[in-house]
Design a binder for this molecule. Structure first.
Ligand code: FES
Length: 315
């Protein structure tokens, strides 16, 4: 759908907020806390952004965008878009919903990872639910929504952790998650280091109580090429034909060369947009998000390679 940028706001150093509305003032498709939309500027790249406003609001979508030197989508929004412009927006999707049956919610946000958590907080306040936020950033100047969250901090529901760029000086995630309280659900979203630390520290939490969403950040990088990478063949089971994937090329890029579009967003192996089913062959998964049961059937076409000479894709 085409939506109009109604306003652009400064939220923190290098972080702008964008308010999107229907050009004719209609209600927008509903979303639940934790949802994201994909946004595209002037026919450029699609990028996913979490919605941070209250899901009860029907007339606007609000996203926050961190300017990243290597991020084409974020650069376009920061540099090219002005209030009044029209951008293309997908319907909301949600891979990071709140649990309905939790007695307590423990939220950990790192940097721009605060965005889905803000929508969760709006929903949890409405439910009068028991929650506590730990918000990790480098400094107060880089902390979006600081004013809004200071009231929660004063009430003891939110804690700011400024690490000055050294995670060792920030929140001790291992200590925080060491002893899960019965009925508590954990949610975390942030840069790669925080995601790894939270995943390791919550590995012993009961099944179904840990929820997370990846996003890019200064620490995110595409999986590195390995010295023994070899070209391999991709066979298309439904459309027929084979394509060679060169060293240094992704499956998604090789498919695009042949005019076969696999939708991508992060191109770094963390968002799941390029999820593709395979039918035969042995992938070399180079992402950190697929679960073992997913890996038996799916690969991420932006970063997986092959251990076998050939992979058969369900395309
Ligand atoms: S495009 Fe994000 S995981 Fe492949």
């Amino acid at each position: 759908m085409d939506l109009r940028i109604r306003s652009i706001a400064y939220l923190a150093e290098d972080i702008n907020g964008y308010e999107l509305v229907d050009p004719n003032g209609h209600d927008l498709p509903r979303f639940a806390a934790g949802a994201h939309i994909a946004v595209r500027v002037a026919g450029g790249v699609w990028r996913d952004y979490s919605l941070w406003n209250d899901p009860a609001e029907r007339r606007r979508y609000c996203v926050a965008v961190l300017r990243e030197a290597a991020g084409e989508g974020s650069r376009q929004l920061h540099e090219r878009v002005r209030p009044g412009d029209i951008v293309e927006v997908s319907w909301p999707r949600n891979h990071f919903p709140l649990a309905e049956d939790a007695a307590r919610h423990l939220l950990i946000a790192g940097g721009i990872g605060i965005t889905p958590i803000m929508a969760m907080i709006a929903e949890l306040k409405r439910r009068r639910a028991d929650f506590r936020l730990h918000y990790c950033t480098r400094s107060p100047e880089k902390t979006a929504f600081r004013e809004e969250l200071s009231l929660l901090a004063a009430l003891g529901c939110a804690v700011f952790h400024y690490d000055g760029g050294d995670p060792a000086k920030g929140l001790d995630i291992a200590a925080l998650l060491r002893e899960p309280e019965p009925g508590t659900h954990l949610y975390y979203c942030g840069p790669t280091g925080l995601m790894r630390a939270a995943a390791a520290a919550s590995a012993h939490w009961p099944d179904g109580t840990v929820h997370f969403e990846f996003f890019t950040g200064p620490a995110a990088a595409a999986p590195a090429a390995l010295a023994d990478d070899r070209p391999f063949i991709v066979r298309l089971a439904r459309s027929g034909g084979t394509i060679e994937v060169a060293v240094g090329e992704s499956i998604a890029a090789a498919l695009a060369r042949r005019g076969i579009a696999v939708r991508t967003s992060c191109e770094l192996g963390y968002c799941g947009t390029c999820l593709t089913r395979y039918l035969a062959g042995e992938p070399d998964h180079r992402d950190e998000i697929l679960r073992p049961e997913d890996r038996a059937q799916y690969l991420l076409a932006c970063c997986a390679r092959a251990r076998s000479g050939e992979l058969v894709l369900d395309l």
